[in-house]
Design a protein around this ligand. Structure first.
Ligand code: NDP
Length: 273
């Protein structure tokens, strides 16, 4: 397994298990530089969003990388104030244009905006049927949002991108998504660096001669969760790419799982929108 290894989604499309996140990476040089480094290091997936205001820089880094755009899996998302049927179609066209690589591999509903996400989903279904996008999915959906969406959906989401790390395990959501063949994808997999000094994570890291960040990425992979670590530093970007050549024991996985306290770093989808 390496940065080229892919998970197969429920529509047959394939997404790299480890992608590169750019939330809060400054638009302009910082994003261009970070994505350029990541592509050089070997990452083959980038996760952006219209909300991040850096789609242009992601696209520019891909175009300048010497890789063909087909070699890089690109995800972007429709923001909350863009939701609704017509406005989503418009938002997608604008995102695609800003990216400037002639394609979007995965388009996600960023948050389940009450009263609007079903219309938004119909727009995503149209984009998918029209061949405008390789796959469609959701983000920050809880089980009740997914149950509600699936009542009317004609196309099933391929992915649910949610906050996921040992402090927020969400076993019910994992189990539901597994049953529905919806791939879970982790945001803030490194806890935004807030809990890297946790003694359990540190102990597991020491036992393998690895860093806490590598342990968290590895933990995602062993849970069969696609993961999106973010960094602006070359040493961290390289470090985070080396989570494939060691394995956590069953005991270590259990110890990390036991850190679950339902702690969120980001907003709760039920109160955010
Ligand atoms: P992460 O959990 O990836 O943490 C990023 C932080 O960790 C940065 O401060 C970074 O700092 C630091 N870091 C990275 N690598 C290391 C390392 N090896 N050692 C120590 N510190 C490290 O947080 P994000 O919230 O950015 O989540 C990742 C991605 O998920 C986002 O970029 C975005 O693509 C997606 N996301 C999606 C959301 C959604 O609603 N769908 C919400 C939030 C994120 P430094 O730059 O100094 O390395």
């Amino acid at each position: 397994m390496d940065l080229n290894s892919t998970a197969t989604l429920n529509n047959g499309a394939r997404i790299p298990w480890v992608g590169f996140g750019v939330f809060q990476t400054e638009p302009g040089e910082e994003t261009y530089r970070s994505v350029s480094i990541a592509l050089r290091v070997g990452y083959r997936a980038v996760d952006t969003a219209s909300y991040y205001r850096n789609e242009e820089d992601v696209g520019r880094a891909i175009r300048d990388s010497g890789l063909s755009p087909e070699e890089v899996y690109v995800t972007t998302k429709v923001w909350n104030d863009e939701q609704g049927y017509d406005s989503t179609l418009k938002a997608f066209a604008a995102s695609k244009k800003r990216l400037g690589i002639g394609k979007v591999d995965l388009y996600l509903i960023h948050w389940p905006v009450t009263g609007r996400y079903k219309d938004t989903w119909r727009a995503l279904e149209k984009l998918y049927r029209d061949g405008e996008v390789g796959a469609i999915g959701v983000s920050n959906f809880k089980v009740h949002h997914l149950e509600d969406l699936l009542q009317d959906a004609e196309v099933k989401p391929v992915i649910n991108q949610v906050e996921f790390h040992p402090f927020l395990l969400q076993p019910d959501l994992l189990e539901y998504c597994d049953r529905q063949q919806i791939q879970v994808e982790a945001w803030s997999p490194l806890t935004r660096a807030r809990f890297l000094d946790n003694p359990v994570i540190q102990e597991v890291a020491r036992a393998h001669g690895r860093s806490p960040a590598q342990v968290l990425i590895r933990w995602d992979l062993q849970h069969r969760v696609v993961t999106l670590p973010r960094s602006t530093k070359e040493n961290h970007i390289r470090e985070n790419a080396r989570a494939f050549d060691f394995e956590l024991t069953g005991e270590e996985m259990k110890k990390l799982d036991a850190l679950d306290s339902g702690t969120r770093i980001g907003p709760d989808p039920d109160s955010f929108v």
